[in-house]
Write a protein that binds this ligand. Structure first.
Ligand SMILES: [Zn+2]
Length: 300
């Protein structure tokens, strides 16, 4: 497929295009290319030329106007997902416009579907209408019920290596080598995020600030971190971004130490991740940012 994807993901998608099943879960980090891949797959399955090129069907899909391809987006943040599931069910019940192609329904933010919505979805997945391909997009596979997962084929979208992203940024977006490598690191394997960071200087700056702050936290003593927490609560650093940077670093640390079997470093990384979870709970329960940050930084 003509999309920058991890080679394992790309070859899995080739197999899907050749012999599509009725229900898929595309899972992987945000901006990794799940939606683009789903739409590309819809083109492949509906292309008059069999290639997913620039035919009329392909152009209609790209423009979001193909009658057999439906993208179900969340209605609002507080949505339970029932409306999304109903939109999916309605879409799959329609007669296909082009009986040679497939009806493709893509559900964005599968993570936000409640248990009730997922149970409702289950019936459709269990008895899929002929000629239909349903694709659920999720960041966390575990946000879906086991009963839903077990009835879908799972396509994992793996992070790309920093080298591949760096090469892409240099060749496709004409970035200088230094900036390309830096953005490739910040993007943590996601080419969509890398592209946004290359094009949006404000976004880049916000990621860079979070990165610098995370490094500073890593170098500081417990006492220094208490001071930092106060500074942070009043600074322009995006705290959410900082926390996701810290989470990413702790996960990396955990993976690295798990590979080497270094148990004391592993438990250190696990403690950090638990501290981050506690911080998220504090924030959700309206503890002030300053207090929550102080708690987090002392425990890291
Ligand atoms: Zn085409």
């Amino acid at each position: 497929m003509d999309l920058l994807l991890h080679p394992a993901t790309a070859s899995q998608l080739e197999a899907v295009a050749a012999h599509p099943h009725a229900a898929y879960i595309f899972t992987g980090p945000r901006h990794i290319g799940k939606l683009s891949a789903a739409l590309l797959l819809a083109q492949r399955l509906n292309c008059a030329d069999g290639g997913g090129d620039g035919c009329r069907g392909c152009s209609l899909i790209a423009a979001g106007n193909h009658p057999d391809v439906t993208l179900v987006s969340p209605t609002d943040k507080a949505s339970t997902g029932i409306a999304q599931v109903q939109a999916l069910q309605q879409a799959v019940s329609l007669t296909r416009y082009d009986s040679l192609g497939k009806r493709v329904v893509v559900v964005e933010s599968g993570d936000s579907l409640t248990t009730e919505a997922q149970n409702c979805l289950l019936k459709t997945i269990e008895e899929p209408p002929l000629g239909t391909v349903m694709i659920l997009l999720t960041e966390q596979l575990t946000s879906l019920l086991v009963t839903v997962r077990s009835r879908c084929q799972v396509v994992q979208f793996r992070p790309l290596s920093a080298d591949r992203i760096g090469t892409y940024l240099r060749s496709q977006l004409a970035l200088e080598a230094d900036k390309a490598s830096h953005i490739a690191l910040l993007a943590a394997g996601s080419v969509g995020l890398a592209t946004s960071l290359a094009r949006d200087s404000e976004l880049y700056e916000s990621y860079r600030q979070a990165e610098l702050m995370a490094e500073r936290i890593g170098r500081s003593s417990r006492f220094e971190r208490l001071v930092l927490a106060q500074e942070l609560a009043q600074s322009s650093v995006d705290v959410e971004r900082l926390v996701s940077t810290l989470t990413r670093d702790s996960r990396r640390h955990l993976r690295r130490t798990a590979a080497t079997g270094d148990h004391s470093s592993m438990s250190e990384a696990a403690v950090q991740l638990r501290a981050i979870e506690r911080f998220e709970r504090h924030r959700a329960s309206n503890v002030s940012l300053k207090t929550a940050l102080a708690g987090l930084l002392v425990e890291l």
